[in-house]
Each structure stands twice: as structure tokens, then as C-alpha cells.
Design a protein around this ligand. Structure first.
Ligand SMILES: [Cu+2]
Length: 478
């Protein structure tokens, strides 16, 4: 069972708000009309993560809040944000999923010098594509993200679909002690070699959730963003028929979730349209069923007693306008094989590098503290390494990603979105654009894209503990 330490009633009393506080990001009045500016201060803070019945939790925050302030822009605008480092260690900010020039990608020692304590760094780039994204550090990621450094980034369509409310849920997962303090066992080898740092307290927009208030008849666009280190969600919106309209911010043919569950690995996003088709005063739990032995209720969808907003659901289209990614030519694409290996309980794939036999290699790496995971035989020990893959710029490429481990991995490529065109050799139904693809144990996924963005791009598992333990490499586009 998920050990939720929190009083749900206290979370409700605390005034659960699903619109993120808009006070801190400053829309500069002096800026040109199409430039949106924000200030992000990375700093320690204390927040009521677990509710009033528990002590506040010391976190690392942007602008004193968890999650960080919502960065919101319109498609085609120029986005600028200044990061001020008030932590005691270096940091950077990576804008996950946005396509931008390499120098703005926020990877320490690869695309920029780290931002040292007391320093600032300005990120500025155009946002070509609408969608739901997020930002987080790429320095000491497991601890910095695990202590609270992340925030949502929303790029609005020029012509959005018709909904009554557009709501973002930043989903996070915390490992808290009985005093609601963040457990400081970052970097432990069990997390690194297995499922990553799973916590015991799940929050929505920085609070343990209780009720999501809705009105009968309304149509809600719900943007889900998984900012956890390691937790995979499999959400069941019982009593409703949510339709997925975007993965990782990118439009997809609207469809009901396969198997009835919305699955999100770390770093992944899903946009839903949900028509609130039930009667007033009803209540429906949203249940996370991803880990079969750890099913728990995330939140209740609670209908107010107001009469229905309308008698039958809106009929306007929920199909999002397409974004700007170039279409890969599969026939002419260059093909590449990528194998992910390592971790505990991986059987024959566990110790193929470093000699020493199956368990020997694994144990040896664990004892030595070196990488437990490899990509094509190499564990990232950074910060600067030879690229694991060099892609010819302007060409279409298909990468077959083989998960030869016993664990799930959400694999993320910087600087590009890709189509997921096949799984285990079978074509996918929606050929969805993603920037992070969740690959099951022993599964293979084929991804296709045009390598149109020059630079050295990180390619890594987004389970932060796997990334820290070697599951990262560089893809060079030139
Ligand atoms: Cu992984």
C-alpha cells in the first residue's frame, strides 16, 4: 500500500487550488509584445506539502513554491527566463520537450557552464510548438528534482480547442519521513539498480490532493505532467471517458486510453479532454493502478450541486492543430540499434560489460559505485563523453530502442520530438509524437525523426536514479 502520511481533510482545508499561483512570474511590461519574461530563483523554502496536520517540509524550490511557477507562453513567442541560483550547489534549467537551440538546453558542461551559487543565467529562445512541457535542473538531477525543483511550462495554441476550463496537474511523488521531511537517502544503490526512488506521498500541484471540484456538463482540458523521479502512473478516471488529445505536448488523434488507463512515466505528459457527464453531487475516485500491489486513490472528482452547465456534451472538435515537426521519411531513414542493459535482476543482460560474468559484473559495478546501467555497453560517467550516436543532420533516422533489462525506462531525447512508430516490431496505431518513450522490460520501441537540430543532445532514461547510475549518453547531430 502506498503509505500516505497525510490527512486528506487537512489538505482540503488548506484550500487546494488547481490553478497555479501566477504571482511570481512577471510578465514584463517593458518587454516587446511577443516576448514573455520570467524570473526563476532556485532557493530553499518550506512548504505545506503534506497538509496542515503535518510540519512544513523543507524543499528546494523555484521562487519559494512547489512546483515552480507556471511558465506560460503562446506558440511562436519568444520565451525568456532568468535563473538565479540561491542554492549551495551548482544548477541549470532544462526545458523538457521544447525544441530550442542547443546552447539553451540547460545541460551542464555540455551545452553551458553550470550556474554556480550566486550566479544567474538567462535562457531565451523561440517556442515553435504548442503543448505541455516542464522545466527542471540537469545538475545533480536526482536530488535537485527529488527535493522539489521542477515546474510546468505551457505553450498555448494560437487557436485552442473549446473547453470550459484548462487545468494543469503537476504530479509529484515524495519520500517523506514521519516528520514530513524529505528523506535524504538520495543515491542509494537499491533505488539506482531497481525502480528508482519511489516515494510515499503523491501530490498534485504541490499538495496532497483531496477533491477536484467540477460542475456537471462542463468540458475540461486536463494537462497531466509527471515530474517524479521514478513513479509511473496508470490513472483510471472511473465514471468518465477521458480522451487523450496529446502526448508530451504533441497532438495525437483523439482517442480513449488503451486499457482504460492513462499511463505516464517520469517526465511524460498527457493532455486529456474530459466531459463531466454525471449528475450533480456525485463523486468518482481517480485511481492509480500502475503498480498492481500498490493501487491507491489519487483524488476524488466531486460534482457540485449546481445544475448541469449543458444538457449534452459539446460537439466541437477536440483535435489539436498540428505542430511544426518535420515528417520523417521512414523508407529512406538511416537505422540505428540502441540497447539498454544493467540493473538488478536483469538475468543474462545484467553483466555483459566489464567481464566477471552475469552477477559478477553487476556486483562489481555496485561495489565500485560506478554505473549500473549502460547504453550500447557504456555507462555514462560524464560530464563530457564521446557521443554514443552521431546522426547526419537533415536526414530521417529510425532508432530501435531495446530494453534488455527487467525494469521500465522512460527514454528521453533532447532537442527533438520523435514518432513512436513500432513496438516489438508491430506498428503503433497512432504513430504518436513524443519526447519520452516508456519502454517495458524486454520491450523494443522504434522511434523516427528528422535530425534537424544541430548539437550534442542528451539521450537518457528519465528515472533520475537510473540516469545518475549511467543510463545516459550523447547523440550528436551535425
Ligand atoms: Cu531507466
Amino acid at each position: 500500500m502506498l503509505n500516505t502520511i497525510v490527512s486528506r481533510r487537512s489538505a482540503l482545508k488548506a484550500g487546494l487550488s488547481f490553478s497555479l499561483a501566477a504571482s511570481m512570474p512577471v510578465r514584463s511590461l517593458l518587454a516587446a509584445p511577443k516576448k514573455t519574461e520570467f524570473l526563476l530563483r532556485a532557493e530553499p523554502a518550506r512548504v505545506a506539502l503534506a497538509g496542515k496536520a503535518h510540519p512544513n517540509t523543507s524543499v528546494w524550490s523555484y521562487n519559494g513554491q512547489v512546483p515552480g511557477p507556471e511558465i506560460r507562453a503562446r506558440q511562436g513567442e519568444r520565451l525568456k527566463f532568468i535563473v538565479e541560483n540561491r542554492l549551495d550547489e551548482e544548477t541549470t534549467v532544462h526545458s523538457h520537450g521544447l525544441r530550442m537551440p542547443n546552447a539553451m538546453d540547460g545541460v551542464p558542461h555540455v551545452t553551458q557552464k553550470p550556474i554556480m551559487p550566486g550566479e544567474t543565467f538567462t535562457y531565451e529562445f523561440d517556442v515553435p510548438d504548442a503543448g505541455a512541457y516542464w522545466y527542471h535542473p540537469h545538475s545533480n538531477s536526482a536530488e535537485q528534482i527529488g527535493r522539489g525543483l521542477s515546474g510546468p511550462m505551457i505553450v498555448e495554441e494560437r487557436e485552442p480547442i473549446e473547453v470550459d476550463r484548462d487545468i494543469t496537474w503537476v504530479l509529484d511523488d515524495w519520500r517523506l519521513t514521519s516528520n514530513a521531511a524529505i528523506s535524504d537517502d538520495f543515491g542509494n544503490r537499491m533505488d539506482a539498480g531497481m525502480a528508482g526512488r519511489l516515494g510515499n506521498t503523491v501530490t498534485i500541484n504541490g499538495r496532497v490532493p483531496d477533491a477536484f471540484q467540477v460542475r456537471a456538463g462542463e468540458r475540461i482540458r486536463l494537462r497531466l505532467i509527471n515530474t517524479t523521479n521514478a513513479r509511473i502512473f496508470g490513472l483510471d478516471f472511473g465514471g468518465h471517458r477521458p480522451r487523450i488529445i496529446a502526448y508530451d505536448g504533441q497532438p495525437v488523434e483523439p482517442h480513449e486510453p488503451p486499457g482504460g488507463r492513462i499511463v505516464l512515466g517520469p517526465a511524460m505528459r498527457v493532455d486529456l479532454v474530459i466531459d463531466m457527464t454525471n449528475e450533480p453531487k456525485n463523486s468518482f475516485p481517480v485511481v492509480d493502478r500502475f503498480y498492481p500491489s500498490q493501487t491507491y486513490k489519487l483524488i476524488d472528482v466531486v460534482y457540485s450541486d449546481k445544475p448541469p452547465l449543458r444538457n449534452s456534451p459539446l460537439t466541437s472538435s477536440i483535435r489539436l492543430p498540428v505542430n511544426t515537426m518535420p515528417e520523417p521519411g521512414i523508407e529512406r531513414a538511416l537505422r540505428h540499434e540502441i540497447a539498454f542493459r544493467g540493473g538488478m535482476m536483469s538475468g543474462m543482460s545484467g553483466g555483459m560489460m566489464g567481464g566477471g560474468g552475469m552477477m559478477g559484473g553487476m556486483m562489481g559495478r555496485m561495489m565500485s559505485g560506478k554505473g549500473m546501467w549502460t547504453i550500447n555497453g557504456v555507462a555514462f560517467e560524464g560530464p563530457v563523453m564521446e557521443p554514443l550516436l552521431k546522426l547526419e543532420r537533415g536526414r530521417s533516422h529510425v532508432l530501435t530502442l531495446r530494453n534488455e533489462t527487467a525494469w521500465y525506462h522512460p527514454i528521453h531525447l533532447h532537442g527533438h520530438s520523435f514518432r513512436v512508430i513500432a513496438r516489438n516490431g508491430r506498428k503503433t496505431r497512432y504513430r504518436e509524437w513524443q519526447d519520452t518513450v516508456l519502454i517495458a522490460p524486454r520491450e523494443a520501441a522504434d522511434i523516427a525523426f528528422v535530425a534537424d537540430n544541430p548539437g550534442d543532445w542528451m539521450f537518457h532514461c528519465h528515472i533520475a536514479e537510473h540516469l545518475a547510475a549511467g543510463m545516459m549518453g550523447i547523440v550528436r547531430v551535425s
